[in-house]
Design a protein around this ligand. Sequence first.
Ligand SMILES: Cc1ncc(COP(=O)(O)O)c(C=O)c1O
Length: 392
Amino acid sequence: MIERDTIPLVDLSAQYQSIKGEILSALSAALDGMNLFLGENVKLFEQEFAEYCGTGHCVGVGSGTDALILALRACGVGPGDEVITVANTFIATVEAIHAVGARPVLVDVDPDTCTLDPTQIEARITSNTRAIVPVHLFGRLADLTSIVDVARRHSLVVVEDACQAHGASEGGRRAGSFGDVGCFSFYFSKNLGAYGEAGAVVTDNPEIAKRVALLRNHGSPSKYQHSVLGVNSRLDELQAAVLRVKLRHLDRWNEQRRAHAATYNRLLGGLELRLPDIPNDSSHVFHLYVVRSDRRDALRVALQAEGVAIGVHYPIPVHLQPAWTAHGYETVSLPVTEALAREILSFPLYPEMTTGQIERVCACVARALASADGRDEQLDDGADLATSSGTD
Ligand SMILES: Cc1ncc(COP(=O)(O)O)c(C=O)c1O
């Protein structure tokens, strides 16, 4: 028997219920203190998140997009500069580069990791290139060893877009600590999400940290003094209070995400799908569980009809978006990125998901693929999967 309840892509309520007491008492203390302007929670969160990422500094800002913009500005990237990045990302990565007056130079991604292919960087470096922005997409670290190596050889700045990879680590180092600066989003569905907009910049470089801190607060070193042109992008005190609570759970939640990804891979094993590879270390924290299928659209429709929410991250690569084609990107060709946009689909994944829910998604996938093929045998396998015992 198949349950008919819908399975969401992310269930934020389930997580909230599990930490409700801690959240409400943190918010209540913050409101009792009423120190809402870069208050105690912002300062403590900045210390705690810097320590978590293994960097000397963290500056809380208003969003992940602002983190990227302010980090690029603090690194001196501006008009006339070129910044190498990927088109296989959320649009904010390239918007931030454009916002500082620089030009995004788009390169293709590795088909296995879906992240920036380091072998493509050198051919695109010109005398105007100032920075590389690798994106740790879906929670998977980009190949930072190779990327940082190319950057150092050409004196380029590395700004990590770690907005989807809180806590991902390799060789004892965490996302955000490999390049010159790391940028995080705490958008509510991220692995570490606030209950509103929030972001942060982490770095070991005290000068970069100082400049971001100035820029996020109207360029103001002290009240009503403005030494540079800045913006208002301060981290909100209440969001910082929420983030401090959630940070304590992040490693456990990331482990649950990795375990769920392993369950998916085990149950989907024999099917005609390209599954994500699960590294042995924590270099992938599965912000999203993304598979590839050449029958993506049919599969998506079938799963949604069974009450399984499905995402596509992302259906149109940056260079093919109407906002960008007009800016000289119409001739850009990125075959791997374009194939991914046609084939990828994201299955529900969140720490509180039950094995029973994962089994149900996998059963639906088996059925959908079998009916697309007209192969009745697989239908039976799907039914077995649907009724096999779960832990919930
Ligand atoms: C890869 C990537 N970069 C940048 C951002 C922008 O973050 P925010 O939405 O907090 O501005 C996001 C968030 O969705 C993202 O996924």
